[in-house]
Ligand binder design. Structure first.
Ligand code: FAD
Length: 468
């Protein structure tokens, strides 16, 4: 049967990966159709992820600072929190960005079809249109960018409104008295921070032996120390085995060392990871291989096992980060247009936008040890940074890791205020193959936190002369 519409490039999903791929393909002259189930493009990142969380975290840092500056000679009254206005502010930020994206799509003549798409053959997708009915779209090439969604746990009553995922928590329904955060990863810790500064008493439960498993322990230590002081409980090496919804609260059963057997909370945030949407798009009808968890395997040109179908973003694997999705999206679009592009980064930076921030790029020390790589390291403590002390903070650290023979940088980790901004320089150094001398000889402005990167390189080199 004839399709209702034809696309040279069909993009399934309008998140950071999908809209980037669609825009790039359109700029390279292709007729592009972007299928997105929600009324706005932007995906998880803009609507219920990166952006709203950062808007709220910014407010959280301000709240914390107003409360902590008394020792520095500035005393503020306890801030009045207007949750409705705070929510409006956050929604306003999202609206500006999604509005901008819609304009960019229009400018490029990317046809955005609103509805839920599923493959019906290797060359067609059927879309259940948001305003009713269905539409069949045929395509020459497709890019799957359907993203991921929060993992649910079978023993948790997810339909109880007091049980939240990150999307619910970003809506700021209320500030609960006592809140349990299940999962001590980046998303759990960021949301815990927001609710803590708004006045909730936070308990975190994490299966691993530390927070943000996968990050360098030297980096997570200062964050752990700070939140231990602020939060009611942090249970490590522990898990939740049952949650019962009772009228007076959510009764939680724990298992592990140093945990109560049961405790009752007003709200729970479940932040135990995200599952890719690969099993929900009819991929089998197109012959695209999807693993049992829903991930789609791709090569370095973002090609699936079906030569004209590509996949990008959260759906192709870890790390599930917007900047990875964006770069993969560009590669997929360019390869379709005949360019020799490939996704072969020297690293992908990760950032926890907590207070202090934790950021890392390239290899971690644990990874180098596990791989048996001979390395040298330079560690610069921010207690010796003039800029950090001027900010009233001394817990930060910059750690740079170098190849023992070539002295080229292999990885970098930073903890402290603004670590997320600072890691970009290290990522550039890694991509450019800079060595410790290149970094140490680069004149950094004084006094800045950015200096700590050069100091770390000089520490490794043994050429540091002053700790300022
Ligand atoms: P998504 O953003 O998931 O977009 C997929 C889109 O496809 C969605 O809009 C969905 O509606 C649509 N879709 C899915 N299936 C279909 C279908 N069958 N038909 C039509 N449409 C469909 N990353 C960072 O880099 N930095 C951060 O600070 C950060 N913070 C985060 C905070 C939170 C609370 C969360 C949840 C995530 C955060 N992330 C962050 C991760 C980031 O949001 C994701 O990595 C990113 O959005 C992935 O982009 P994507 O294009 O692969 O998919």
């Amino acid at each position: 049967p004839e399709a209702d519409q034809h696309a040279e490039v069909l993009v399934l999903g309008g998140g950071p990966g999908g809209y980037t791929a669609a825009f790039r393909a359109a700029d390279l002259g292709k007729k592009v159709v972007l299928v997105e189930r929600y009324p706005v493009i932007g995906g998880v990142c803009l609507n219920v992820g990166c952006i709203p969380s950062k808007a709220l975290l910014h407010m959280s840092v301000i709240l914390n600072e107003t409360r902590e500056l008394a020792d520095h000679g500035l005393k503020f009254a306890e801030p009045e929190i207007d949750l409705d206005k705070l929510r409006d502010y956050k929604n306003g930020v999202i609206k500006k960005l999604t509005g901008g994206l819609a304009a960019l799509a229009k400018q490029r003549k990317v046809d955005v079809v609103q509805g839920y798409g599923r493959f019906t053959s290797p060359h067609t997708v059927e879309v259940e249109l948001a305003d009713g009915g269905t539409k069949t779209i045929s395509f020459d090439n497709a890019i799957i960018a359907a993203g991921s969604q929060p993992i649910k746990l079978p023993f948790i009553p997810h339909d109880d409104p007091r049980v939240m995922d990150s999307t619910d928590a970003l809506e700021l329904p209320e500030v609960p008295k006592r809140m349990l955060v299940i999962g001590g990863g980046i998303i759990g810790l960021e949301m815990a921070q927001v609710y803590d500064s708004l006045g909730a008493k936070i308990t975190i439960v994490e299966l691993g032996d530390t927070i943000i498993p996968g990050a360098d322990k030297d980096l997570t230590k200062p964050l752990l120390k700070r939140i231990k002081k602020r939060y009611e409980n942090i249970y490590l090496n522990a898990k939740v085995t049952n949650v019962e919804a009772k009228p007076e609260g959510l009764e939680v059963t724990f298992e592990g060392k140093n945990v109560p057997q049961k405790d009752t909370f007003d709200r729970i945030l479940v932040a135990v990871g995200r599952a890719p949407n690969g099993l929900r798009i009819g991929a089998e009808k197109a012959g695209v291989a999807v693993d049992e968890r829903g991930f789609i395997a791709v090569d370095e040109r973002q090609r699936t096992n079906v030569p004209h179908i590509y996949a990008i973003g959260d759906i192709v694997g870890q790390p599930m980060l917007a900047h990875k999705a964006v770069h993969e999206g560009k590669v997929a679009a360019e390869v379709i247009c005949g360019l020799p592009s490939a996704f072969t980064p020297m690293g992908i930076p990760s950032v926890a936008y907590t207070d202090p921030e934790v950021a890392w790029a390239g290899k971690t020390e644990e990874e180098l040890k596990a791989e048996g790589v001979e390395y040298e390291k330079g560690v610069f403590p921010w207690a010796a940074s003039g800029r950090s002390l001027s900010l009233g903070r001394d817990e930060g650290m910059t750690k740079a890791l170098f190849d023992a023979k070539t002295h080229r940088i292999l990885g970098c980790g930073i903890v402290g205020p603004n670590a997320g901004e600072l890691i970009a320089e290290a990522m550039l150094a890694i991509e450019m193959g800079a060595d410790m001398q290149d970094i140490g000889l680069t004149i950094h402005p004084h006094p800045t936190l950015s200096e700590t990167f050069a100091f770390a390189a000089e520490m490794a080199e043994g050429t540091i002369t002053d700790l300022i």
